[in-house]
Write a protein that binds this ligand. Structure first.
Ligand code: SAH
Length: 238
């Protein structure tokens, strides 16, 4: 199976039609990813088909939730090589996307991808979530905050919920075994103004991988003392 088939089939299994333009974009993105990965460690997944399944297809699974709508503002926290934020933008060009990462070289890489693909209304920012979340230009300005493979859920809530408007959602992309993490995050979710809405288990197409999407609704403003600085969200999660 060629990589084009993988993308088309994988997206189809999730219920999406993937167009020619999108395929071209994913192909250029993959080329850049592989090229940069030879010099810098952007991602540990480097196999052709694995990039399609574990990065591209996995990244677009949140679209099955029906929460991400046209023209929404979305922030991807700890985006790394752009996952899931960039594939989401490729699939829905109307989205207004911020990709945030604390590693400068990953942000440099993302700037190049954004330019090469000719995408508008998307910016890559170099910074730490717990700092940007206190900036009034970003705090409570997003319909959706999303994050994959960055920290445990209790820490992540402090990174992500401050960015979300009341009525918006934080979507945490996790593995299948999340019971313990969910239990440990109960206090953090509540303290930061969230409410657990749903956990959706997803079968990643063309693989036997199961992932969960944890959906947390923002029901109240986040108290101004959060997010805490000095590495506290990670060292001493709520
Ligand atoms: N989301 C991507 C990358 C996961 S690796 C994927 O799923 O492939 C975790 C990334 O989070 C790294 O690139 C790291 O630089 C970034 N990161 C970790 N802590 C962060 C913080 N506090 N603020 C912003 N980015 C952070």
């Amino acid at each position: 199976m060629t990589d084009i088939d993988t993308l088309i089939k994988g997206a189809k299994e999730l219920g999406f039609e993937i167009g020619e333009e999108e395929i071209c974009m994913f192909k250029s993105y993959k080329e850049l990813l592989r090229e940069w990965n030879q010099k810098f460690n952007i991602t540990s997944i480097t196999d052709d088909i694995e990039i399609d399944i574990k990065h591209f297809i996995d990244s677009i699974t949140p679209l099955t939730l029906g929460l991400v709508k046209n023209d929404m503002k979305l922030i991807d926290i700890g985006t790394g090589g752009g996952f899931p934020g960039l594939p989401l933008k490729i699939m829905n060009k109307t989205l207004n996307v911020v990709l945030l990462d604390s590693t400068k070289k990953k942000v440099n890489f993302l700037d190049i991808v954004i330019e090469k693909l000719g995408l508008n209304n998307i910016e890559a920012i170099h910074g730490r979530a717990e700092e940007l979340g206190r900036d009034k230009n970003y705090r409570e300005k997003f319909d959706i905050a999303i994050s994959r493979a960055v920290a445990s859920l209790n820490t992540l809530c402090e990174y992500c919920l401050p960015f979300v408007k009341v009525g918006g959602y934080f979507i945490s992309m996790k593995g299948s075994d999340i019971e313990e993490e969910l239990k440990e995050a109960k206090n953090s979710i509540k303290t930061l103004g969230g409410r657990l809405k749903e956990v959706k288990l997803i079968n990643i197409p063309l693989s036997d991988i199961k992932h969960s999407l944890i959906i947390i609704e923002k029901i109240k403003e986040t108290p101004t003392k959060y997010p805490r600085g000095g590495g506290k969200p990670k060292k001493k999660p709520l």
